[in-house]
Each structure stands twice: as C-alpha cells, then as structure tokens.
Design a binder for this molecule. Structure first.
Ligand SMILES: O=C[C@H](O)COP(=O)(O)O
Length: 214
C-alpha cells in the first residue's frame, strides 16, 4: 500500500511533515510520499522524502503565465503528481492534457475522481493510478473505506474493466492503520489522505499508525 499525504493549503510545516514521512518510510519500509504546495516542492524534496505535485497544467513550455509546468515540478524534485483533485477540478480535455504533460516530464500520475463512473473515464486516459474520493467525506472523521466500502470496490472494478494496469487508490477521512488495512482489503493499492496528518499535533505518530495497517 502506498500512502500519499496531500498537504493541500493547510497551515502545517511542510518540512516537519516531510521529515516525519521520510523517517517513518525508512524505518518501516513503507512507500510514503508528501504532496506540498507547488512552491514548496523543492525544499520538501530536499528532505529526501518522495515528493509529489498537487497539480500540473496541461501546457508545455511557452506563454502560459500562472501555469504549473510539469517539467518545473519534476526539475524541482517531484516524482509524481495528482491531477484533477476534487478541490481543483479540470475539464476532461485538460485532465488528458495534464496526464500527457506529466508523462513528458517523467512524473507518475494519479487522477482523482468522485465516483466509479469517473474512475472508468479517468482510467481510459492511461494514468498510472486513479483515486476515488467522495467529496462529501473529504476532511471528515470517517474513512471512505468504512463509510462507503462499495464505492471503493466499484471503483476497483471500473478501472479493471477499462485498463487492468491502472491502480486504484481511495481517499477521504483516512487517518488510521485500520483505515489503510480496510482500504487494502477492498482492493485499493494505496490511500490518499490530508487532514489526518496535516492537522495532527504529532504527524509522525499518525504516520506510524498508518503504516501499521499495510
Ligand atoms: O487529497 C486528499 C483527500 O482529499 C482526502 O482528504 P482528507 O484526508 O482530509 O479527507
């Protein structure tokens, strides 16, 4: 199970979380990555933790003011990127363009989706993985794998039907090792989480609990 911690725009210290994630990953052997604000990618990557972008734009180099260039994200140390997060939705053509931009920059990709139908559509674009996140459960206290296990199983089936090579993650409300374990039992290859770590008083303790569920 891959644990991807999205820091969103939370007022946490990205270096504190990144350092904790690096240490827990090294001690446990678990794959843990941190996805900070674009402006923090380089200094988070400098900690040695696996680092992901929160978004890349569909454009290449050129006259695109305000874009998040995939090549710049990669050059600053990121190994992958989220695309189409629930809080940063894109048009279908731009999801496709962002996946292609990430591929050009050798970034691994996870395309986010609200439900199994969108998971199937996202899988058809050929990302490395898709993540199913019911928007109403994001930021809550109950894991998607507990609140709505059927949506995870249906998402796994939807991706499998389109492209068996595309992994499925689940996210929303994940904060414990038990949540990670349950997600794995439902067929998820990883979890996408944010508030459980970014808002924690002791991010390292939460990460240690999370990896206990792998
Ligand atoms: O990117 C992370 C997801 O939106 C889940 O957020 P959450 O763990 O705060 O529910």
């Amino acid at each position: 199970m891959f644990i991807l911690v999205n820091l969103k725009a939370y007022p946490c210290d990205p270096i504190e979380v990144a350092t904790a994630a690096r240490d827990v990953a090294e001690a446990s052997g678990a794959r843990i990555a941190v996805s900070p604000q674009a402006a923090d990618v380089a200094r988070v990557a400098d900690t040695g933790v696996e680092t992901w972008g929160q978004h890349v734009s569909p454009n290449a180099h050129g006259s695109h003011t305000g874009s998040t260039l995939a090549e710049a994200v990669a050059d600053n140390g990121a190994e992958g990127t989220l695309i189409n997060h629930s809080e940063n939705r894109l048009k279908l053509a731009d999801v496709d363009g962002s996946v292609r931009a990430a591929e050009r920059a050798d970034l691994e990709t996870i395309v986010c989706a609200n439900n199994p139908a969108q998971v199937g559509a996202a899988a058809a674009l050929g990302p490395d993985a898709v993540a199913v996140e019911p928007p109403e459960l994001i930021g809550g206290d109950v894991s998607v794998a507990t609140a709505d296990p059927g949506i995870v199983e249906d998402a796994v089936a939807a991706a499998e039907a389109v492209d068996p090579a595309v992994d499925v993650f689940c996210g929303a409300g994940v904060s414990t090792g038990e949540d990670v374990s349950t997600a794995g039992e439902l067929g998820a290859a990883g979890v996408l989480l944010a508030s459980g770590v970014a808002k924690a008083d002791d991010p390292e303790a939460v990460l240690e609990d999370l990896v206990s569920g792998i």
